[in-house]
Design a protein around this ligand. Structure first.
Ligand code: ADP
Length: 535
């Protein structure tokens, strides 16, 4: 605090800003940051791998989520610390870029931080550690490319793709149905993929869920699914080669826009009004029929009178369809959204090979399937499950599987999973460390040790002795010169991940190493933490 005087000689007090803030400098700052980062990684560590544990999280408004997906766990956690937030973002960027490997990337970053802490304690400057990590990450990156394999598949041979998706799903809660879900994911991706341009537009895959049934009932619909039913129970439940009128105008007599009064004082007048109303309905239905529509999808409702008439004139209709869905139907069926009956013409109708209504179980739940649409390859994955939590988790798992299939179509290189790629990289990085004369070699060795964290976590989560198992597998890799040996999490009896069919995409694994290194380098370079004090 200091006393000063302004230009008019009035005294005022200067409070130095720092006094109101808590501040950590130098090694203390780095240690505090590393501790925060490690704490986040520790939470995720037990969720890694096929035998990983699930987490139950409750949101402030009481909604419960049970999940095994790293990005989701971190997203739902209420993280206050800035460094911890960086770890959360790390997992999210892996999710955005690749879609899978969100737990692995955080575990790796946590282990890199742990190793860095030891080096800092031994007096190595953080910049040297960061530089050593950078070199090591490049070695690992190139080594992954070296041990990767091309993965051949075609439209007739989708089995390899299914196998890779199964690896992703095997570590999720839904692994009971991994085969069928993987097949669904692969078929969905192939349906919307442009194999020539090696591009997949995941927006064309809609994932819908409805509570009820079993996970095994999950299905792939080649078209659009809407949570609606025909407006009258006697309307046909199945329409082939449907021509669909997509309307945003209601089936009701036009309402005057300004205030008018209708005086009805005799029965005759009432009758005339009624007849006139009926005529209106009749004309509307006629207009749809004239255009050639065999199905009407309407954004608004219509009253019983109109409903009855539609049924009577054999024009099935669906009411109260939301705007977003209406748009989707219009795009998929190649139709136009029509705001007035007068504007309805045959060329504005959408076309679909089959529209059918399906009911579920004993409930009155019905869904409308619009399949084989004219214009689009859009597909829907319809998930069934015992409760909402299960459906939400399945959605997340399917998302991961879709991303893996998409990544393979973009770039068909793979590396083997189960920690085998990490162990192989660790051996390569360790060997490269000897060639570096500077202080960085300590950091490079530390990087090699950090890579071992992933197989160790896999072993530990599967109830195996982590260090013993890792050593056994590592020496096997070196002895047999086989980079495919990994942790036998499921006790299959072989450590060769080729035989176990455990793959991961090359770009996913490479991205994990790059992202984790970047974040750790960033954390290490912070040597001053200024934050507002508690009071
Ligand atoms: P992430 O969110 O990072 O994908 P997961 O919990 O899905 O994390 O675990 C993925 C890890 O589990 C990968 O390292 C993968 O190689 C490994 N893994 C998956 N299935 C198996 C298996 N059957 N045997 C051994 N390892 C497996």
């Amino acid at each position: 605090m200091a006393l000063a005087f302004d230009e008019f000689g009035r005294p005022f007090i200067i409070l130095r800003e720092q006094e109101q803030k808590s501040r950590l400098r130098g090694l203390d700052a780095q240690k505090a940051n590393i501790a925060a980062g490690k704490a986040v990684a520790k939470i995720l560590r037990t969720s890694l791998g096929p035998k990983g544990m699930d987490k139950m999280l409750q949101s402030p408004d009481g909604e419960v989520t049970v999940t095994n997906d790293g990005a989701t766990i971190l997203e739902q956690m209420d993280v206050d610390n800035q460094i911890a937030k960086l770890m959360v973002e790390l997992s999210q960027s892996q999710d955005y870029e690749i879609g899978d490997g969100t737990t692995g990337v955080v575990v790796l970053a946590g282990s890199l931080l742990e190793q860095a802490e030891r080096l800092l304690e031994r007096g190595i400057h953080p910049i040297r550690v960061a530089e050593g990590y950078e070199m090591a990450s490049r070695i690992a990156f190139d080594h992954l490319q070296h041990i990767s394999k091309k993965f051949e598949f075609g439209l007739e041979n989708i089995e390899p793709l299914v196998q890779t998706c199964m690896t992703t799903l095997s570590s999720k809660i839904v692994n009971r149905c991994k085969r069928s879900l993987a097949e669904i994911a692969v078929r969905a991706v192939l349906a919307v993929a442009d194999l020539e341009r090696k591009d997949v537009n995941l927006d064309l895959i809609k994932v819908e869920g409805k509570v009820g049934g079993k996970l095994e009932d999950t299905e792939l619909v080649y078209g659009i699914l809407i949570d609606k039913d025909m407006s009258h129970p006697q309307m046909p439940k199945r329409i082939e080669n449907a021509k669909i009128a997509i309307l945003t105008c209601p089936f009701e007599p036009p309402k005057p826009k300004t205030k008018h009064k209708v005086d009805i004082d005799t029965v005759e007048k009432f009758q005339t009004l009624r007849v006139q109303e009926q005529e209106y309905f009749d004309q509307m239905v006629q207009k749809c029929k004239d255009a050639g529509a065999t199905l009407v999808i309407c954004q608004w409702g219509f009253d019983d009178e109109a409903n009855h008439l539609l049924m009577h004139r054999n024009l099935p209709a669906v009411r109260w369809v939301g705007g977003v869905e209406l748009e989707l139907i219009a795009i998929a069926t190649g139709g136009r959204i029509v705001p007035r009956f007068q504007e309805l013409t045959p060329d504005k109708l959408g076309k679909a090979g089959l529209v059918r209504e399906k009911s579920f179980g004993t409930t009155k739940d019905r869904m409308l399937y619009i399949e084989h649409c004219a214009n689009s390859r859009a597909v829907t994955i319809f998930i069934r499950g015992g409760n909402k939590m299960m459906i939400e988790e399945t959605k997340r798992s399917i998302h991961d599987a879709l991303c893996v299939a998409r990544n393979l179509i973009r770039n068909n290189s793979i590396v083997y999973g189960g920690g085998s790629a990490e162990i192989s990289c660790s051996v390569a990085v360790e060997a490269a460390a000897d060639k570096h004369p500077g202080v960085e070699q300590y950091a490079i060795r530390a990087f090699a040790d950090a890579l071992d964290a992933v197989p160790m976590a896999l072993a530990e989560n599967s109830g195996l002795q982590p260090i013993e198992t890792l050593n056994a597998v590592k020496s096997q890799q070196i002895k047999e010169k086989n980079p495919h040996c990994g942790i036998d999490c499921n006790d299959v009896g072989t450590t060769d991940m080729r035989e176990q069919n455990v793959f991961e995409t090359l770009i996913g694994k490479q991205q994990q190493i790059l992202l984790a290194t970047q974040v750790v380098k960033m954390i290490l370079k912070i040597d001053d933490v200024i934050s507002p004090s508690e009071y």
